[in-house]
Design a protein. Sequence first.
Length: 841
Amino acid sequence: MICSTVLSSPLVAMADTTSDKKTSGVAAKHRPMKEKQKEKTASNVPSMLGATSPTDAVEDEKVEVHGHTHDLGDGDTGRAFGGGLMTPTDAPKSVSAVTRDYIAKQNPALNPMQLIALLPGANVSDTDPLGMTGGNMSVRGLTDSQMGFTLEGFPINDIGNFAIYPQEIVDAENLKTVRLAQGSADLDSPHISASGGVVDMYMIDPKKKMGGHVDMTYGSYNATRGFARFDTGYIGNTNMRAYFSYSQGRQDHWRGPGYENKKHGEMKIVNDWGDGNRVSLAVVGNNLQNNAYPSINMASWEKFGIGVDNQTNGANAVGTTSASGDKPAVSNTVYNRYYSNTSAGSNYYKLRSNPFTNIYASMPSTFKLTDHLILTETPYFWYGYGNGGGGYYQDLSKMSYAGAPNNQMQGYLNGVPNSGSNVLYNPSLTQTYRPGATTKLTWTAGPNRLMVGYWFEYSKQRQTAPYSAISPDGSPMNTWGDSDNVVLQNGETAQYRNTLTQTQVHTPFIGDSLSLLHNTLTIDAGLKYSIVKRDGTNYLPLATRYVSTNYYQALPTAAVRYKIDKHNQVFVSVSTNYRMPQNYSLYDSGSYSKAGYSTKASPGQQPEISISEEAGWRYQDDLISSSITYFHYNFTNRLFTQTSVNEAGQYWTTNINGGGEHSDGVDAEIGTRPIYHLRPYVSFEYLHAVTDSNLPVSGRNLAGATVSDYVRTKGKIAPQAPGYQVGFGIDYDDGPRFFGFDLKYVAKQYSTFMNDEHIPDYVRMNIHMGYRLPKMGIFKSPTIRLNLQNISNQRYLGWINSPQVMAHRNTGIFGQSVGGNAPTYRIASPFAAIATMSSDF
């Protein structure tokens, strides 16, 4: 048991629960021993040097354990600050987190991204009530692909484009905490895409006694979900314990046709022994079948709103557009419910499936080699296979093939040549193998802690986009898209892309932490040197077959934290972070014309670099926890996708470095422990993010000719960077009854660098309520709860899917009149009522 270092306030209302009693059935060797309370040394003072491994996170969490441990079921203590939306920390940088007290009361199907929506700077949007179609977020104006995500210490961003798929990661019932570091990655963070901070997720440990947890959920849009976890307790006379869990959920689309179906399994094994030795194994498996929601432009949103369902394939069907001059194309905002073998049929909803299977495995382990030397090892393996479905209307006698007469070639289906236009299934297939390991040694001598480590990873990512046949009813012959393909007359499979990317990462790091003045002053300094080698092979004809890039980046970091007294502390930190160019920038791909491929390679792109500076103050006592942080970012070589048009009027895209950006802002949060059973929480962010460069554009002038210029984006507000955000949550919990309300306000966000289009501000509100029943047989904590999401049923655009330089025609610096490109958006999820019955056993 960890002893508290602070006294409980008389204002703190404690739940009427009792601590677990020891039973004769538990071997004495497994009974927790009371530890001697000792002064913190350099070995356990939190720092920014290494805090990614699950065992690193333990030390920072110890400060929040007070008095007896209470368990209201499902890990809810009823005591955490702000209802579980805040944890005390001594980290010398900005860090926020949610814990079981908050997670256990939410819709159990929510993904980790949805769970941190109230934290400072977290601008989170989802597209469905259960989070099965993923979601997006930005933090301090930086998107999720600019952030690093870890689970149990290993990276889970896509190694190619750094996207994150939150619906695949972990079940909320097994999630202990989600920690958001808004400003910077830790020195040992295993990422090549963390220019904007990190999100670290940690799973609960197996219970020491046999038991488990079950829940059943039903809600709006025929949402159903079940979850069961079995904890073995200590196995025999060993120190080993484990749990195994499985969940399955399904829901219909809330707008338009389609559904989601998710199967998910997890296991975790832990073996602790001696003084600080630990080996654990976490495995996550996920299989998801869902239909996508379309991204839309502003003109389509203004005309069709959330969409017109049951629309026949007429003028308003998705896939048919009406555009004139500089006006963007307008189409329905849901996919077609009915199929026809026309151009509109390519947007039939069954062709917009997203099947994916992935397996994560990690073995974070810690070995105390001596009293002063600790080895931490986190080997991992990441496997994924699946696609993002799509439809394509094409004349099979004129399949695109570079180098053929007119760059076209005859296509065959099932060995038979076809002519005339047909709808084809055209998914984007990805298969990833990603093994790696992070190793570090930590040596402590008095007030000094030295850490040296190495991160290595070698991944292979095969990405294809074959064309394949569909059934008479319009559904794919094979949803995975890896059979029934169109074969060209030369024997090759027709492909939109066809690449193999091999990425090697070598990152040594070293850091030192010095604790002075009886641990009131902590000074950190560190350096990691990232070496990334990418070897690409492009199998498309007339494309550069082999391409190799090497990136070398030194990333220094430093921080100082000073404890003014036992309640007040201040900190200052500076760090350098980076994001590699995405792998698709290495390749030509798409359709082929005289002007080349529609997506052009840009292997010369440089990494995006950010320098983050923070200065903050915290106040923490037994009742209140609060913090306020000023931050400043300076970006160079911003990675940006540019859309251009050639003389033939054909649009093409490429990736460029879009100059610089800087931002200034303030994050703040405050939360309390129970005051008459109430635990309020408030977060706030002010952000001023500004583009520092004029950006290049290419498009049509008023005469229809193709022109290029630079437009005056310097000094404009950066896209996806709301000026203000406010989060509020309040939790009431008296033991049997609990109730909560939360609110998030997000100010308007520009969707272009020219600030000529934006999405309005919005307020989203949620409610949860429930009742804990008395013990029933084997069920220790039967609970009924209701979650009401988006209670005002706000209909709004929640995410900017593809920012553009400008949405409308502008005159460039050199006098050229250049047409714009329409940004696209995603519609946020509606009101939903989700009821859940759950219990530990």
